[in-house]
Ligand binder design. Structure first.
Ligand SMILES: *[C@@H]1O[C@H](CO)[C@@H](O)[C@H](O)[C@H]1NC(C)=O
Ligand SMILES: *[C@@H]1O[C@H](CO)[C@@H](O)[C@H](O)[C@H]1NC(C)=O
Length: 390
């Protein structure tokens, strides 16, 4: 905790000093060194608008076609799916393999197109895939409902459980009907939790509709988390009721809101040292890779991706870490009895997974757990082997 407060203090002081020295229009440069020059006169620097643009605007700006599709979930949420039907080298006439990309916690579909030509969404489109970008309930593109408003507390009464059971089910059904093909599911972080919940909830359906799951930075068991994160998440249950009362269940800030933009500009721009300090809390909690930091995209790709989610989602994540169980939301004894007819919430049964799952993680990811991850992969492989013999 002390370390985090110290991080925050350093960010604030350095930002105050540095922000005075910069008012250039150009917000990205080709090298980190160029950032410290007069950027408006340096030909290595230019203005990159991606941070302020929406997902479809970014896709268009990079020269790709974009379609917007709307999906209604069984419980009334209206979700937006974006589609990049073909890349620069391919045409729409070819029959393509659909891929569904599912974003992580407090984010949205923009994370898959936010780093220019190196974005996964564009690479897949250029390699002949039919790319679908999901937006979970609560994110800026999925805040409508057939019956309730996003200002109602009831709207925010969900966690990633509902994203798996309702959102993913509706999105996959929709893509499946339209393309008549099994899809490839690629999840990032919470997108992997959601995909796994979908696969354990609907074993037969997922077998018919999904070819493989590719999980990037898988988050199913989180007992390998580092101490500062663990501490914060242990404190979360005390903070959550206050947040709930103040915001009606919505976990701010909203993307594109003035406060988010101001925070971004103030803390993380305009010098790379600030970006590194800005990502320092990330570094403390999740791990960080300086070699992956790209001077031309880092300044526009990180903070503007922050999106809203429900307080309940954060609570469910905290439960994963505190209780060390891959299980449904814990409402406490009485609440569980009312909701599930059980004292403890039901576990998500990994032995039900029928579709192959590929787990990909990086060495310096602080969140994953080596032992359990191996167990999980071995288990599902064992189950696959059994099935192929049957
Ligand atoms: C939500 O509904 C409003 C009003 O019907 C509409 O203007 C808006 O575009 C919708 N937003 C999304 C993300 O579907
Ligand atoms: C949220 O859902 C739970 C369980 O379904 C229910 O007990 C609770 O009353 C709901 N809360 C709101 C604010 O709708």
């Amino acid at each position: 905790m002390k370390r985090l407060i110290l991080c925050g203090g350093i960010v604030l002081i350095i930002s105050l000093i540095l922000v005075k020295f910069n008012s250039s229009k150009n917000n990205v440069c080709k090298t980190f060194g160029d950032y410290y020059t007069n950027r408006d006169q340096n030909e290595n620097c230019y203005y990159n608008p991606d941070g302020e643009l929406t997902t479809p605007e970014v896709i268009k700006r990079w020269g790709y076609p974009v379609e917007t599709h709307t999906v209604l979930t069984e419980d009334g949420y209206i979700l937006t799916l974006f589609r990049i039907h073909f890349g620069k080298k391919h045409s729409v006439k070819e029959s393509k393999q659909p891929v569904l990309l599912q974003h992580g916690y407090k984010s949205n579909s923009k994370c898959f197109v936010a780093i220019g030509k190196k974005s996964l969404g564009f690479i897949l489109a250029d390699n002949g895939y039919d790319v679908w970008l999901g937006n979970f309930r609560g994110s800026i593109y999925s805040r409508n409902h057939s019956r309730i408003k996003d200002t109602d507390e009831e709207f925010w009464n969900f966690s990633f459980h509902e994203m798996g059971v309702y959102d993913t089910a509706a999105q996959i059904d929709y893509i499946n009907k339209l393309t008549n093909k099994k899809l490839i599911y690629i999840g990032f972080s919470m997108g992997t939790t959601v995909g796994t919940i979908y696969a354990t909830t609907y074993p037969e359906i997922s077998e018919n509709k999904v070819k493989i799951f590719i999980h990037l930075a898988p988050f199913v068991f989180a007992d390998g988390m580092v101490a500062p994160t663990r501490l914060l998440l242990n404190l979360w249950p005390y903070a959550a009721p206050i947040g709930q009362a103040l915001t009606g269940g919505q976990f701010y800030p909203e993307p594109y809101s003035d406060i988010n933009k101001a925070m971004w500009k103030f803390f993380c721009n305009p010098f790379p040292i600030q970006i590194f300090i800005c990502t320092f809390i990330d570094l403390c909690m999740f791990g960080f890779d300086y070699e992956q930091a790209d001077p031309e995209t880092l300044t526009v790709a990180v903070l503007p991706l922050v999106d809203t989610v429900s307080i309940k989602t954060a609570s469910h994540i905290a439960q994963f870490v505190i209780l060390e169980k891959f299980q449904q939301f814990d409402y406490g004894r009485d609440g569980n009895l009312k909701k599930y007819g059980l004292i403890e919430p039901p576990l998500y049964d990994l032995s039900k997974v029928r579709v192959p799952m590929h787990l990909i993680r990086s060495d310096n990811d602080f969140v994953w757990n080596r032992e359990v991850l191996f167990l999980f992969t071995r288990e599902s492989k064992a189950i696959r082997d059994l099935r192929s013999k049957a």
